[in-house]
Ligand binder design. Structure first.
Ligand SMILES: NC(=O)c1ccc[n+]([C@@H]2O[C@H](COP(=O)([O-])OP(=O)(O)OC[C@H]3O[C@@H](n4cnc5c(N)ncnc54)[C@H](OP(=O)(O)O)[C@@H]3O)[C@@H](O)[C@H]2O)c1
Length: 284
């Protein structure tokens, strides 16, 4: 146990009560021996800037930002990493001094690291992404730079169009349109919606799925398993929840703050056992 805490770190969002980030960061701190106190802070939109600013004026050294404040965090930062600049979205902030804050986005490297761990991704894969929200902005640059083609299917077509305009210079990205598809089936389907439901199921023709298709649910909450249930129902052979992405994105925040990349595998196993939602990959 640490006798004192030199600097504070925190997750800001609304809601944050479900978050596993404090547990993950305390395991990183134990593992590396770095003094690192990490709490979660639920804020309203009105209070987000004053509370975040106040946190950094006191003992705050770094912050993670989750739904719905990643765009606000992007506007708050005075400097940005390349991936945060491209995503126009920030999930990690590092205080430089009282007036300067570096914004980063570790969602993309977090997802890619987990897809590689699971052996769910290869160059030239065709990927269908369900959703076009803040998290998708964070992951697209990583997937496109890896050499994959991406198709976006989202409830609000305007949001899909905006995301295509933002990312088309970084690789092959299109709006999902069954009639224009020149591929037989998707190699990987990623659920990046906050509410996967029957409407999306109806939009995905089973002819676009093969026994080799990988399925990844960025969600990891116990009460949000409609996508995983659907994977099981259609007999998918390879699927996973988003616990691994969560742990890897946290590890890359920790790397930005402390210049050490912590071990992740045992934490992913631990959290998956705790939640009792094992991916099929991890069951075998
Ligand atoms: N594992 C991880 O580390 C990790 C990291 C980041 C995010 N996530 C998860 O990823 C998910 C998305 O996060 P986000 O930040 O992108 O949220 P967001 O910015 O609020 O975007 C939500 C997305 O879900 C869609 N959506 C919401 N309700 C819907 C409904 N009833 N029917 C159809 N589509 C619906 C939205 O479509 P519209 O455009 O039509 O509104 C939008 O595309 C969340 O569940 C979050 O927990 C996981």
């Amino acid at each position: 146990m640490f006798k004192y805490q030199k600097y504070n770190y925190a997750l800001f969002g609304n809601p944050v009560h479900y978050s596993k980030s404090p547990v993950i960061h305390s395991l990183f701190a134990q593992q590396t021996g770095i003094l690192h106190s990490y709490t979660s802070i639920n804020v309203s939109l009105k209070d987000f800037y004053p509370i975040l600013y106040n946190f950094f004026q006191k003992n705050g050294k770094g912050a993670n930002i989750t739904v719905p404040f990643k765009q606000e965090a992007y506007a708050f930062c005075t400097e940005l990493t390349q991936r945060a600049k491209i995503a126009k979205s920030v999930n990690t902030i590092q205080k430089i001094d009282d007036k300067h804050f570096l914004g980063d986005n570790t969602d993309g490297i977090g997802l890619l690291s987990d897809l590689i761990r699971l052996d769910f991704i290869k160059k030239k894969y065709s990927i269908l992404i369900l959703g076009a929200g803040g998290a998708v902005k964070g992951i697209l640059f990583s997937l496109l730079s890896f050499g994959c083609s991406v198709f976006i299917l989202n409830r609000t077509i305007e949001n899909s169009k905006k995301i295509i305009i933002q990312f088309q210079k970084y690789g092959n990205i299109k709006i999902f349109d069954r009639s224009l598809l020149d591929i037989k089936h998707f190699d990987l389907i990623i659920n990046a919606t906050s509410n996967f439901n029957q409407e999306q199921v109806n939009a995905i023709s089973l002819s676009l799925i093969s026994p080799k298709t990988f399925f990844y649910d960025m969600n990891y909450q116990k009460n949000n398993v409609f996508f995983i249930d659907w994977c099981i129902k259609i007999g998918a052979n390879f699927f996973s929840n988003g616990i691994g992405m969560l742990v890897f994105q946290a590890a890359h925040s920790f790397l930005l703050w402390h210049k050490i990349l912590p071990e992740t595998d045992y934490i992913i196993q631990f959290l998956n056992k705790e939640k009792n939602i094992l991916s099929k990959q991890e069951r075998v």
